[in-house]
Design a protein around this ligand. Sequence first.
Ligand code: NAI
Ligand code: MG
Length: 331
Amino acid sequence: MAYKICVIRGDGIGNDVIDAGLKLLSHIDIDFDYTYAEAGYECYLKNGTSIPQKTIEACRNADATFFGAVSSPPDIVDYKSAIVTLRKELDLFVNIRPIRSLPIEISRPNIDIVIMRENTEGMYKGIEREENGVAIAERHISEKASRRLAEFTYKYARDNKRKRVTIVHKANVLRKTCGLFRRTVLDVSKKYLDIETEEVIVDAMAMRLIKEPERFDVVITTNLFGDILSDEASQLVGGLGISPSGNIGEKTGIFEPVHGSAPKYAGKDIANPTATFLSAAMMLDFLGERMEGDRIRDSVFKTFSDGNKTKDLGGNLGTLAFTEAIINNLK
Ligand code: NAI
Ligand code: MG
């Protein structure tokens, strides 16, 4: 039986990396039944919406969605981010962002962190208004979403033989919102005494990720903090070009590179497709095809070990040549 995959290229380098990703998947020994859907700024210009209902339904009905990147121009006031909307609409409650050392000079060694970012609420609830010259954003933290994320995180930690969960928050100032998040995660942690739990305040975490990234294992945090810390952490191991993610819900998931649409590189055979390849591997894991996911990860590792690199990592291969190298190294 073929897996039903919804493909959204999106904008900018989303097109380049998804084309590369589909080429790679055509060399994987699994059948995929692809549906193509539109989202993002190009889609907005064409259809008057960045995220058509048709696209939301296509993702909902798929086993998984393979997503490139979308542009979200800040100067259109009522513009909706397509990916943030999809995460909420499909109730994809966790965004898993692994950060692992790679065999490239720019990567620091011995890093193996998984950031579990709350993915449906927090500062990205999308409830903002202006009153008398004051712009107000509502930050929603619910017990339900925090608990669900915590249960997922601790189960993941146990299943993957992880030793420690670090709760990142700012409950010293955001006493109600971060307070509820912290309390709820700590409550769940009591069922997992085999896993060490610690707390780090978010600003100190930003510093400690640079100072001692090797000591962190699984990190659990709220939506905005997870967004910022994952971009920061990605640079420790090679940057946005290599950092994958998975948005996971009860029924389906969306797999996408952490990076955005980097418009200046679009269509120039420059974009690093590694983040997308590793996202495809996470999608295969999610579908229960971990062996095929490992084939991709092994090939990425071997390709880098052999000295092949795209320009963002100091190499000279374009998107297409690098993709060929990855395909040639598939075992
Ligand atoms: P970005 O992630 O698109 O690019 C930042 C910089 O990272 C680029 O200028 C480039 O130097 C580097 N970079 C990113 N991906 C790369 C790749 N695959 N290969 C080589 N270098 C890469 O972030 P930026 O410039 O802040 O945002 C551009 C647009 O993307 C905005 O409209 C923003 O809203 C959107 N965005 C979308 C996301 C998504 O679709 N999930 C996530 C982040 C931003
Ligand atoms: Mg981000």
